[in-house]
Design a protein around this ligand. Structure first.
Ligand SMILES: O=C(O)/C=C/C(=O)CC(=O)CC(=O)O
Ligand SMILES: [Ca+2]
Ligand SMILES: [Mg+2]
Length: 397
């Protein structure tokens, strides 16, 4: 039990304790903070440790699980033992008084493609003939390298990108603002502890390297993407911006949310076998368009787990850096109420969605606001919140 007064049904109780980076609240410079209820505990003020006075969490995360756990225990004690109240209370700042920043340096960014339903839906829409799943899909978690430098924190507006919109009809390809701007609701994984070049990270060593989990929106311009992606994959159709939520929920808060791997019909190479790893996660996402829920994707529907993604990412010996991000890929399930992109929800713009205000959408319009939230079960029936990743679409420049 914490002595901090919490709002009813908060997802940010004493069992969560996510980390973020903030400015403001009457404090000088960047600070690392822990969220409890609708308050932020200033970690630099509490510890006097300069590691918590940096613009990203990377310098803290690099230390690895030993320090992560020590800090978590320390914060738990500050917030539960009433005797600490006089010392701690002045450093609890209202969330409304601070500005949350991008929490990590994003040394690298990879996006996977791990929902079978999503891969099949997109395959059917983008590649009209043949099996919607490519032959490699069941043997490895497919991914692409995204643009790390354009990963922005939630709240950063999304400027509609311009580009080549498709093949030439006569002469030159059409050029202009995308007409098919989309969201992709995803879950992100933050690497804390690096690995050595040449080292492979086993599925069972996932928690030795990954600190925690956030939400990601992989904004996508479908017309740019469909024209450019052969044969090297997504490029400018996705690199204009990717958004991430500001609070990183530690894996340590997700013990009650862990699930066995989903059933799979194809034998895997040993480095991808995860029967004992239990890194399926019971996260329920909600996607809102202008405040209205348009989808409730379940992360338990994912075919490849984040532990397999990390094992695959490093099987060639590629080293991990502190503060890198990899995302799950769009979280979609078997039924339309669980599809995580408009591409799927509107069948590539052929079946418009009708919103509560009577307007319809095929793809996003200027002024639209997309918000992804999530929650997971915590210990003893509590709930672990993730906050949200949100973005407002601005007209093209
Ligand atoms: O199948 C394709 O050509 C591309 C599909 C995507 O847009 C997928 C992507 O970004 C990965 C994902 O979110 O699952
Ligand atoms: Ca994606
Ligand atoms: Mg993107």
């Amino acid at each position: 039990m914490t002595w901090v007064e919490l709002p009813d049904d908060t997802g940010f109780g004493i069992d969560n304790l996510p980390l973020g980076v903030f400015l403001g609240g009457g404090r000088v410079g960047f600070r690392h903070g822990v969220r409890i209820g609708d308050l932020v505990l200033d970690l630099f003020a509490m510890t006097d440790d300069l590691i918590h006075h940096r613009s990203t969490l990377d310098h803290f995360l690099v230390a690895g699980p030993g320090l992560w756990q020590d800090r978590r225990e320390q914060v738990t004690e500050w917030l539960t033992d009433e005797r600490n109240r006089v010392r701690v209370e002045p450093h609890l700042l209202p969330l409304d008084d601070v500005r949350m920043c991008r929490p990590i340096g994003v040394a690298d960014y990879v996006d996977f493609y791990s929902s079978k339903a999503h891969a099949e839906n997109v395959g059917r829409l983008f590649r009209l003939d043949g099996d919607p799943l490519p032959p490699n899909w069941r043997h490895l978690p497919i991914g692409y390298h995204g643009r790390a430098g354009t990963v922005e924190v939630s709240g950063t507006p999304v400027v509609r990108p311009c580009g080549q919109l498709g093949p030439p009809s006569d002469g030159l390809p059409p050029f202009g603002p995308t007409r098919r701007l989309d969201f992709e609701a995803e879950v992100g994984f933050v690497v804390g502890a690096p690995s050595e070049p040449g080292e492979r990270v086993a599925v069972t060593d996932f928690a030795e390297h990954v600190f925690g989990v956030c939400l990601v929106d992989d904004w996508s311009a479908r017309d740019l993407q469909a024209w450019e992606y052969v044969p090297l994959g997504p490029f400018l159709g996705k690199s204009f911006q990717t958004s991430m939520s500001p609070w990183i929920v530690p894996l340590a808060a997700l013990e009650a949310a862990r699930l066995p791997a989903p059933p799979r019909d194809t034998e895997l190479l040993p480095y991808l076998r995860d029967d004992d790893a239990r890194w399926g996660l019971d996260l329920t996402l909600e996607v809102r368009l202008n405040g209205e829920v348009v989808s409730r994707p379940l992360f338990r529907d994912m075919y490849w787990t984040p532990a397999q993604q990390l094992a695959h990412l490093t099987v060639n010996g590629a080293a991990l850096s502190p503060g890198e991000l990899f995302a799950s890929g769009t979280v979609s399930g078997a039924t339309p109420d669980r599809w995580g992109s408009l591409l799927e929800l509107t069948a590539d713009g052929t079946r418009p969605l009708t919103l509560a205000d009577g307007t319809t959408r095929t793809f996003l319009e200027d002024g639209d606001v997309v918000t992804v939230t999530a929650s997971a079960p915590g210990p003893g029936g509590s709930r672990i919140g993730f906050g949200d990743v949100t973005g407002t679409v601005l007209p093209a420049r």
